[in-house]
Write a protein of this length. Sequence first.
Length: 282
Amino acid sequence: MQPIIDIHVHIMPYSMMKPSAMELMKKGRKDYADVERYCADPKAFLAFLDTLGVERAGLINYVAPKIIGFTPDVNDWSAKYCSVAPDRLIAFGGVLPGTVPDPGAEVDRLAKLGIRAIKMHPSHQVLSPNDYMDGNRGLAAIYERAQANGMPIMIHTGTSIFPGARNLHAQPMLCDDVSIDYPNLVVILAHGGRPLWMNEAFFLVRRHKNMYMDISGIPPQKLMEYFPRIEDVADKVLWGTDWPGPGVPEIRGNIEKFKALAIGEAAKRKILYHNAARLFPK
């Protein structure tokens, strides 16, 4: 079986979540007890990945205390969890100006902790990716130190249905400035701008040499409708599921539906494994 990397999985400390966010996470789920078990036990989660043929997973954690509930403590949780199997678990963390005394120093600290990438969630953090142009020096420091440490920045693009989410900030085009001003910073557009701004995401990924997108949260059967020319950017697309996010189906079905798409096998292998393996070498 050929290996797979799911670059976008929400294994995180749900105990930090605000009740309104937690309610949405649990709504309609029959497997929430399993999710809780995986979050408490990395070895159980790894065994689950083994049943799916998923070699590695990116654990998406970020800081958004006011809307979701996650404080900077989420970083230490993510680093500790992934330290059980750093060859298989790719730790994402978050830095948000105003929640730590020195955002740039926090990025440096996370790099030493074993955090591999920074996740920004504009609609949950209530900031735009290019706010540094309006004087947000803390955000500039995050990008500067991430670039210096060779840490990719994943930026949520597209809508969010969580209570209080400010979706205006999550338009992909706001990331254009970031790749211009930080040309050596790898930027990953999470969710490819779905469901409103896919054309923006596609344009940006083609334009900037260090910009990628993941296709998590997009039903695979809709992928060719959203990105009919996805093979043109096959070197810069990462497969992910967004599991167990609200309304996200289970991982196995996502894999099967993606493999059934009318995309060349070479492009599928790049998307399912090789691109993420290149960005996050073991």
